[in-house]
Design a protein around this ligand. Structure first.
Ligand SMILES: CC(C)(COP(=O)(O)OP(=O)(O)OC[C@H]1O[C@@H](n2cnc3c(N)ncnc32)[C@H](O)[C@@H]1OP(=O)(O)O)[C@@H](O)C(=O)NCCC(=O)NCCS
Length: 152
């Protein structure tokens, strides 16, 4: 449990050693509901994905830490002049302001435009997108809400 008032949140690049922790967070039911692909992922496939991610020049994957404890993950995918952000908070530290603060931290470091896709009904994530400076753009035909911020 982290202190709600704790401001000491930092981001570090993800490493291959984070594979099992990231998979646990990814396979958590609420995470699956919020993802574009909601099937359960096996460790082997996940390790392949993480290796490819760590080598991908257009993808940055971070782990958020509070007092040395890993509390969430946030990702930036670069494509055609814009970074798409996506995020997951550790199931044990949800509802404590981690999501807002970790996404804000990364959004603020990125000077180019940013965007995000949030499934309708994911209220916490709308707030996170808005807190990070993104504005609602449109809802697409799949019930996905698109948020975007210009360059800063
Ligand atoms: C959605 C998720 C990222 C939110 O992270 P979090 O650290 O729990 O969120 P925060 O504590 O920063 O809360 C952000 C805001 O949402 C509100 N909130 C938090 N949980 C909520 C919930 N279940 N329902 C409605 N609002 C909620 C908070 O009160 C806060 O609002 P405020 O700005 O008015 O204070 C986290 O629950 C998660 O990882 N879920 C599964 C994966 C996922 O949904 N990923 C995002 C895909 S776009």
């Amino acid at each position: 449990m982290i202190d709600r008032t704790e401001q000491n949140l930092s981001l570090r690049p993800a490493e291959i050693e984070d594979a099992e922790m990231l998979l646990k967070w990814r396979n958590n039911e609420a995470t699956r509901m919020a993802s574009h692909t909601s099937d359960e992922i096996k460790l082997e496939k996940h390790i392949e994905w993480l290796k490819a991610t760590l080598q991908n020049q257009n993808r940055d994957l971070y782990i958020a830490e509070a007092n040395g404890v890993s509390v969430g993950t946030v990702r930036a995918d670069y494509d055609n002049g814009i970074y798409e952000l996506s995020w997951t908070v550790s199931p044990a530290t949800r509802g404590q302001g981690v999501g807002k603060r970790m996404v804000y931290l990364l959004a603020n470091r990125i000077k180019k435009p940013i965007r995000s896709e949030v499934k309708k009904g994911n209220e916490a994530s709308f707030k996170i997108a808005e807190y990070s400076g993104m504005k609602f753009i449109k809802e697409d035909s799949n019930g996905v809400l698109h948020y975007q911020r210009n360059g800063i």
